[in-house]
Design a protein. Structure first.
Length: 647
């Protein structure tokens, strides 16, 4: 039965996508009921899978190398979280897309992405993970470009470029790993890596670095985060909730696999990952403080929270045999962040539907007199800010305590702990910045006066399905936060089995020792809000506070570095190709001069080529620049590579 459930969770959503268009022809209401029911069925399947923690499936005849799935621990927890988020956004989608065209396309790829994500989280080897990881990247691309605006298309271009380049880096790393270790099965990776000769460690680092780039691109890790702040503002709110809440966790899941099964307690790897995590954590928070767009602020917040999680992943390796706190904090913050972003992005969708804007200066005060929205948004904001009594406080406390614990280990060993003391303060400062920008959003939406000309609110500003999604998400955050010892710790201990964490010990979350870190962060947040946000990043206009976007436009990593580099590489490639193509012309000219001196003009090389023309392009050249052609070329390349591997 467990084997059947594994296949059901992967294949059922994929097969369900085929019925969206036929159902729409029979009626919009039928299609909307369908997209509500399918995720609920998948959620029921995810709950049923909990009864079969040892379930596994091996399909050796699929994709040449075979596909393998397994349940239990972190696999099952992430599947359950994903199914819950899809079920909740399924309740919200019909109201969000009411009256809009092009919804069929969104729902088809929405269900395809669900099936692909289930394949990622249930994968028992890295090849299976790669197959569904790439499928997920291409299907979720449609979410970003759903609105088909210029901004959406450009953000989709960035998202697809990062996904394709990251996917090719990941594939290259997996090919190297397969050659080095002779296996890609998760359980066999660690003994194979441990038995690797010392002179092969360099190749292992290269393979691991390529895989880290592929997974990090999806997670939103610096410096591959460029898609995240641009994709969320243009994507529909239900898509943003999933992109931020759970799709980024697919990248984190891959990084966890690399760190636990390939580079466990490898100091060089842990230092690199810790540095990337700290930069991601702080930079995301700074970008969120500077933003004046509601969904962009939440997107940058997601980047920062991924940084918190990566710090936890690195600390697991540093603590080695006593890593329970780091492992629990990592797992629980993945869970918390997923539910928090469900609440916040669904609420942002409600605001957008009511105002048709995301600019804080245009939407300020819109939430006044809307207690249901205000309470649920506050719960999400307080949880992500680490306020005691909410679930985010528990996971952040565990992550903070893992850093403090390692500082004590270093001091006991007589080693300098200064670098980790810096990490601890950056952790607390990033937490303070989180509190500051979430305070800014709450004050803007629910306490500030409305600007003149704002669209008036309607009485029924939120559908019943949206209310249910917000209520359930908020109740989970409060329930977990108030009962950490009875709910969150058992969940963490169960999921951390996949990470082979030690048994750990009970933590007294509401003692002053643990409350102190949260109080320091909240104090920093209050100072940042009063001095920076209210002082430097805003000004008074006509008696109201106007938020200012002071982040330099030129300080965009994509426009400053990545696009110029890609243009330079394209130019270099075109120049080399043109030079190579000219070799034949030169040979012909030389042959004419040397061999046919009596009869010049017999061989006439081409003088005008389409390659060098800058005029109107023929149709066949335009076709070669389309997304469909790129997909076809990528598919052919993958097939050729797989054939090469198999032979």
């Amino acid at each position: 039965m467990g084997e059947m459930m594994l296949l059901f969770l992967v294949l059922f959503p994929l097969a369900s996508a085929a019925a969206v268009y036929p159902l729409r022809r029979r009626g919009r209401d039928l299609r909307e009921s369908y997209v509500r029911v399918i995720p609920m069925v998948v959620l029921a399947g995810a709950l049923l899978l909990l009864l079969y923690p040892q379930a596994s499936v091996d399909l050796p005849w699929v994709c040449g190398l075979g596909l393998r799935f397994s349940a239990g621990g972190l696999h099952s927890l992430l599947v359950l979280v994903a199914a819950f988020l899809w079920a909740m956004t399924g309740l919200n989608c019909p109201a969000y897309f009411f009256g809009e065209e092009g919804c069929n396309r969104f729902y088809v790829f929405w269900l395809l992405t669900l099936g692909a994500l289930m394949g990622v989280f249930l994968a028992a080897d890295l090849f299976t993970l790669f197959v569904f990881f790439e499928m997920m990247s291409f299907t979720s691309y449609v979410w970003v470009v759903q609105n088909e605006t210029q901004e959406a298309l450009r953000a989709g271009e960035t998202y697809l470029a990062v996904a394709v380049i990251g996917g090719m880096a990941l594939l290259s790393g997996l090919v190297l790993l397969s050659d080095l270790l002779g296996t890609l099965e998760l359980e066999a990776l660690y003994p194979a890596a441990a038995a690797l000769p010392a002179d092969q460690r360099g190749r292992l680092y290269v393979a691991g670095g390529l895989c880290l780039a592929g997974f990090g691109a999806k997670a939103g890790m610096f410096p591959l985060h460029i898609w995240l702040p641009k994709a969320h503002p243009v994507a529909p709110a239900p898509a943003s909730a999933l992109l931020s809440g759970i799709l980024t966790k697919s990248g984190v899941f891959g990084i966890l696999i690399l760190s636990r099964y390939l580079f466990w307690a490898d100091i060089a790897w842990e230092r690199t990952l810790l540095a990337l995590g700290v930069v991601t954590m702080v930079l995301g928070a700074v970008l969120a403080v500077s933003s004046i767009d509601l969904k962009r602020t939440l997107a940058c917040s997601s980047m920062s929270q991924i940084g918190f999680i990566l710090v936890g992943v690195a600390m697991q390796g540093f603590l080695d045999g006593e890593n329970a706190l780091a492992a629990w904090g990592t797992v629980l913050h993945m869970l918390n962040h997923s539910v928090i972003k469900l609440v916040l992005f669904v609420a942002a969708g409600v605001v957008y539907h009511g105002t048709h804007s995301l600019d804080l200066n245009e939407i300020r005060g819109w939430g006044r007199g809307k207690p249901w929205l205000a309470v649920t948004f506050f719960i999400g904001a307080a949880s992500i800010a680490g306020v005691p009594g909410f679930s985010g406080y528990v996971s952040k406390t565990l992550l903070h305590e893992s850093i403090v614990e390692y500082i004590h280990v270093l001091e006991h060993a007589g080693t300098s702990a200064a670098p980790f003391q810096v990490v601890e303060w950056l952790f607390l400062i990033a937490g303070g910045l989180t509190a500051a920008y979430m305070t800014k959003l709450f004050v803007c939406l629910f306490l500030s006066p409305r600007p003149s000309g704002q669209r008036p609110s309607v009485r029924e500003y939120m559908s019943r399905g949206t209310q249910v999604a917000l209520l359930l998400g908020a109740l989970i955050l409060v329930g977990l936060g108030l009962t950490p010892g009875k709910t969150m710790e058992p969940l963490a201990a169960w999921a951390a089995v996949t990470l082979r964490a030690d048994s750990g010990h009970a933590v007294h979350y509401f003692t002053w020792v643990n409350l102190q870190g949260a109080c320091i962060s909240l104090g920093i947040g209050a100072l940042v809000y009063l001095l920076v946000i209210r002082g430097l990043l805003s000004k008074r206009e006509n008696g109201a506070l106007r938020y200012l976007d002071r982040w330099p436009k030129w300080l965009d990593l994509e426009e400053l570095v990545y696009r110029p580099v890609l243009r330079g590489l394209s130019f270099a490639g075109a120049f080399c190709a043109r030079a190579a193509a000219s070799v034949g012309d030169v040979c012909i000219l030389l042959g004419e001069k040397l061999l046919f001196t009596k009869a010049p003009g017999i061989f006439v090389p081409k003088r005008s080529e389409n390659f060098g023309a800058y005029g109107r392009k023929p149709l066949r050249f335009r076709v070669e620049e389309t997304f469909s052609f790129d997909l076809l070329a990528a598919g052919i390349g993958l097939v050729v590579l797989l054939v090469y591997i198999l032979l």
